[in-house]
Write a new protein. Structure first.
Length: 159
């Protein structure tokens, strides 16, 4: 796994806890660097190990992958997981989204339009649209508007 000091041989311990009795129900060791993509695995392991009919799952923001939450909801499982917002810009520099015109507008009035159709983002396990300003001119805050070199904003298709 990557860390501030470089790469290390590590593991990630996943614990499932019975919320009613506060017991550790099971443990699993994985080699993933984080919990992304493990929400479905946790649900399946609980079903297999204990033969449970799962009604609710609670997890921290590290597990949040919208496509997995949608799959679990279709299976009748209510998910309570904090949304891990993707920080695309600095505090104070916001973009306004116009849902009817499917565009963003920066604080300098430049429009960011959808480009390249839909994009699959493997790291997050989701499908997004990229919104790019083709007329982006350097201004006083252009280096702060997004972290993306292309000055793009990514929006999940179900956002």
């Amino acid at each position: 796994m990557k860390s501030r000091q470089g790469k290390h041989f590590c593991y990630n311990l996943q614990a499932r806890v019975d919320a009613e009795n506060h017991f550790i129900a099971s443990l699993t060791t994985v080699f993933n660097e984080n919990e992304k993509g493990l929400f479905l695995l946790v649900a399946e392991q609980l079903k297999e190990e204990f033969g449970l009919i799962i009604k609710e799952l609670l997890a921290d923001a590290g597990y949040y992958v919208v496509t997995q939450v949608e799959i679990l909801k279709k299976q009748g499982i209510e998910c309570y997981v904090a949304i891990n917002h993707n920080q695309q810009h600095f505090t104070g520099v916001d973009f306004e989204y116009d849902e009817q015109k499917d565009k963003y507008v920066c604080i300098n009035g430049q429009e960011l339009l959808p480009k390249y159709g839909l994009k699959w983002v493997n790291k997050r396990g989701s499908v997004v649209k990229a919104y790019i300003d083709t007329n982006c001119q350097p201004c006083g805050i252009s280096t702060q508007c997004t972290f993306s070199e292309a000055r793009a904003i990514y929006r999940h298709i179900d956002q």
